[in-house]
Design a protein around this ligand. Sequence first.
Ligand SMILES: NC(=O)c1ccc[n+]([C@@H]2O[C@H](COP(=O)([O-])OP(=O)(O)OC[C@H]3O[C@@H](n4cnc5c(N)ncnc54)[C@H](O)[C@@H]3O)[C@@H](O)[C@H]2O)c1
Length: 250
Amino acid sequence: MRLAGKVALISGAARGMGAEEARLFAREGAQVVLGDLLDEAGEKVAAEIRQQGGDATYMRLDVTEETAWGEAVKAAESAYGKLDILVNNAGIAGYSKGDDDTIEEFDRFLAVNARGSYLGIRAAIPAMRRAGGGSIVNISSISGLIGQKYVHAGYNASKGAVRIMTKSIALQYAADAIRVNSVHPGPIQTDMTKEAWSDPERLRRTELATPLGRYGKALDVAYAVLFLASDEAAFVTGAELVVDGGFTAQ
Ligand SMILES: NC(=O)c1ccc[n+]([C@@H]2O[C@H](COP(=O)([O-])OP(=O)(O)OC[C@H]3O[C@@H](n4cnc5c(N)ncnc54)[C@H](O)[C@@H]3O)[C@@H](O)[C@H]2O)c1
């Protein structure tokens, strides 16, 4: 019960890492609001959590819309009385097609991954102040730390933005007891990366390039997020936690 008494809002929680974080947080005693665009899948994850004795609510949340964020934070406060934890997990990714990469794609990565996270932070801060403090976990990527030939540069730009704004927000709100950290997953087996891991040759290449010799699982990342969200990380802010099987240690 590492999150007993805590209320969490997780964006992009209908599948992948966000869904795994919602399940883990609920098992650890948190009341969880799941936000996403995939209503059916999101409702299903929340219902599953409730069936297993947890407390969870799904609501539609497009992270690019400021008003939707306001409503999500309000929903958490009215359902559960407060907001302690925000996980900015929603994201979109794309591989590079060389000269065919478009500016529209670049703008979209920035809008969802970077601006979407910033909107979430802005909506959560007043509620966390009312709660007497809080923890914000921003999901960046190893793509926010290193260059990658095969990734759309707009994805790297958006995740680099998430990494560095995490540190500024951490400094700006430390006096309010609001901690802000980033998590940097390496290759994780979810729907987002299905195109890559369902091709045996690309799967093998990634396994060989990863010191621990495998793709990560959503739960590998969820445990790192759990630590940063919990009071166990009470003295951790402005930090970046890499969860990549050793990929960036090389
Ligand atoms: N899978 C990986 O290898 C990997 C590696 C590093 C970082 N990440 C990051 O981890 C996070 C989760 O990725 P995942 O692998 O679980 O991907 P995923 O595609 O399985 O899940 C992402 C979720 O975000 C939601 N989403 C997308 N746009 C949204 C929007 N505008 N508003 C609300 N929700 C939206 C999607 O509907 C989906 O449910 C992302 O930020 C991703 O960039 C993933």
